[in-house]
Design a protein around this ligand. Structure first.
Ligand SMILES: [Zn+2]
Ligand SMILES: [Zn+2]
Length: 376
């Protein structure tokens, strides 16, 4: 028997005894060594999630040791340390045939959950494409970053970020911070914006060139008038206490948290990492003409946002949605982790045993910590 964390309903995770699964042909049974909490898990814990059924197994970022191999497996043997992601494309649907593997029609309903458990069973399509040997110099916790890093790699693959490009990351949660680490790795100048000051302190520690404290009154945001953040606002930035005029009230008010604020808001790239509709809308205010906004954070289903057509037409800005990852993205993320340049373990706020998974999510719900490791 083994213990597995079950998300029973929003706010309730129960540890239940279940049978240890037996690997069939092409399957791999993995003993979990480390699993990580993720923003998607937190959304599910708080209010439920369309792709995380309840009650059901929970958790999808993990690494571990091969406990048993199914027939026909030659790449792995019992005792191998591995790292993996929880999905893989079918390679047969019309999107897979066009090599749009992240958009595979089957990728979401053939994914697996259950990383907050003692064992997890990996099905053949994942074993064939998205399981890797963990190098000894990488800890199990670092190795468990393969899944979230693959998502971030996928988004960054869609834009040619070069040395000294100006990038703005909106949202200083685990995904925003992974963007920061990867953008710094590419040599970009990175600003991070958030409404929580303590989260910005973390971003600064992790190498953000600038941090911006968001203090917008989005309730009063006038959607019919979306003025561009012009250079006039920069003067106000130097003195955050200056009263704002009427025109500025239509714009989300941004004040610099540190004295050396960015020169202006002509960012080459803006990465939306909050999944909040008002942030999706205002993210276009920070990008330069011809620049690109990467929309990473998923909003609630059914959400509709509006944009000023002038920014898209005369300013030729690109809005790019990104979702999930392809096996090529996973390989890139694997190499990045193996090179150890990103030092992702700095994102882990603490560790909890399996029977305290609930506690880890309660902390995250209260805004305590960024990402926790669950160690069975
Ligand atoms: Zn995740
Ligand atoms: Zn497919």
């Amino acid at each position: 028997m083994m213990r597995a964390g079950i998300l029973v309903k929003p706010g309730i995770i129960e540890l239940r005894e279940t049978e240890v699964p037996k690997p069939s042909q092409g399957e791999l049974l993995v003993k979990i060594k480390a699993a990580l909490t993720c923003g998607t898990d937190l959304k599910a814990f708080r209010r439920g999630h369309p792709v995380i059924p309840m009650p059901g197994l929970f958790g999808h970022e993990f690494s571990g040791i091969v406990a048993k191999v199914g027939r026909g497996i030659t790449r792995f043997k019992k005792g191998d340390a591995i790292m993996a992601v929880h999905s893989a494309p079918c390679l047969a649907c019309r999107y897979c045939r066009k090599k749009l593997y992240n958009l595979c029609e089957n990728i979401m309903h053939t994914k697996i959950l259950g990383a907050f458990a003692e064992y997890i069973l990996l099905p053949p399509h994942i074993v064939r494409q998205n399981v890797f040997h963990k190098p000894p110099n990488l800890s199990f916790e670092e190795a468990a970053f393969l899944e979230p890093l693959s998502c971030v790699v996928h988004g960054l693959e869609s834009v040619p970020v070069r040395q000294n490009d100006d990038a703005l990351v909106i949202g200083s949660g685990p995904i925003g911070l992974l963007h920061l680490l990867l953008l710094k790795e590419k040599g970009a100048m990175v600003s991070v914006m958030d409404k929580h000051e303590d989260k910005l302190k973390k971003a600064k520690k992790l190498g953000a060139d600038h941090v911006l404290l968001f203090k917008g009154n989005v309730v009063n945001y006038n959607k019919s008038v979306i003025p561009r953040l012009d250079r006039g606002i920069q003067k106000k930035l130097d003195n955050p206490d200056t009263p704002y005029n009427d025109k500025m009230l239509n714009t989300p008010v941004v004040v610099a948290e540190i004295k050396n604020s960015p020169r202006d808001f002509d960012f080459d790239y803006v990465f939306e990492c909050t999944g909040m509709p008002d942030v999706w809308e205002t993210s276009v205010n920070y990008v330069r003409r011809g620049g690109t906004v990467i929309l990473f954070g998923g909003c609630k289903s059914g959400t509709i946002v509006t944009y000023n057509t002038e920014r898209l037409h005369y300013d030729e800005i690109t809005l790019k949605g990104v979702f999930h990852y392809t096996p090529a993205d996973v390989k890139k993320a694997y190499k990045l982790l193996c090179n150890k340049n990103l030092n992702v373990s700095r994102l882990i706020s603490g560790r909890f045993p399996l029977n305290q998974t609930q506690k880890a999510f309660e902390n995250l719900s209260k805004g305590i910590g960024i990402k926790y490791a669950i160690v069975p």
